[in-house]
Design a protein around this ligand. Structure first.
Ligand code: NDP
Length: 231
């Protein structure tokens, strides 16, 4: 029997700065218990955790499965309401399929697609029925969006979407879990740059609303306002 007034729990992977840090703050302010990860010790997440006692920190690198137990080992099976695998990079020196080296392709694909999905699969048993497993994707990963450029980045996010849909259909199986690919909008972060349209606060408020309203089973690719994006 669930305890009344027990705070909801979320794990946010890649929360040292940008959207991940903003999501950790937003969910803590909404009264959730937050397990936020960083890959090396930095100031911003620790300063936030000093202010918000609902935030705990673990060390995870999505390209290094030996670190996954730092988060998985702290969560009981069936105890978590939502997971957001936010970690990502915009790419390597070369983006084009003509110039990118095998090492660059491997690094971006591992960081943006295979690593996040591997960790997401490990975290799946930790989710409650009715829980949400979200991966931070991008509109650029929509095969229907043919705006061009950033070939390596968009390919890695398209691959992530494909794998996320597979998690919903194969790994979550008959469990009552919703798998989301989230597009945060174009956001002013280190990655999005100063000319981006949205502030971190605007994007994370929208995404937190989407997560709080989720919980159907199956897969959706949606933006920060909840609007569906063609796969
Ligand atoms: P930032 O570059 O500001 O932050 C990226 C975050 O990912 C950092 O916390 C970084 O940690 C973490 N990270 C990178 N590599 C790894 C790794 N190997 N293991 C664990 N954590 C890692 O980017 P944003 O906040 O803008 O982006 C967050 C997500 O949103 C990304 O997946 C991005 O692709 C996506 N996105 C962003 C858009 C935007 O406009 N900003 C648009 C569309 C999608 P560290 O500090 O250690 O480097």
């Amino acid at each position: 029997m669930p305890k009344r007034n027990q705070p909801k729990t979320i794990a946010i992977i890649g929360a040292s700065r940008g959207l991940g840090l903003g999501l950790a703050k937003e969910f803590a302010e909404r009264g959730w218990s937050v397990l936020a990860t960083e890959r090396s010790e930095g100031d911003d997440l620790h300063a936030l955790a000093d202010e918000q006692e609902a935030i705990e920190i673990a060390m995870v690198d999505v390209t290094d499965p030996t670190t996954f137990d730092n988060v998985c080992g702290r969560l009981d099976d069936g105890s978590v309401d939502a997971v957001i695998v936010n970690a990502g990079i915009s790419g390597a020196k070369h983006q084009s399929s003509v110039e990118a080296t095998a090492d660059e392709v491997a690094h971006v694909m591992m960081t943006n697609a295979y690593g996040p999905i591997h960790l997401g699969k490990k975290l799946l048993p930790k989710l409650k029925d009715g829980g949400t497993l979200a991966f931070m994707s991008s509109l650029m990963g929509s095969i229907a969006d043919s705006s061009g450029g950033y070939e390596l980045y968009r390919t890695s996010k398209a691959a992530q979407n494909m794998l996320a849909k597979g998690v919903a259909e194969q790994d979550a199986g008959s469990r009552d879990i919703e798998v989301l690919s989230l597009h945060p909008g174009w956001v002013k972060t280190d990655m999005g740059g100063p000319n981006a349209k949205l502030t971190v606060e605007e994007s994370v408020t929208g995404m937190a609303d989407v997560i709080e309203a989720s919980g159907q089973c199956g897969y959706r690719f949606v933006d920060y306002s909840g609007e569906e994006i063609p796969f």
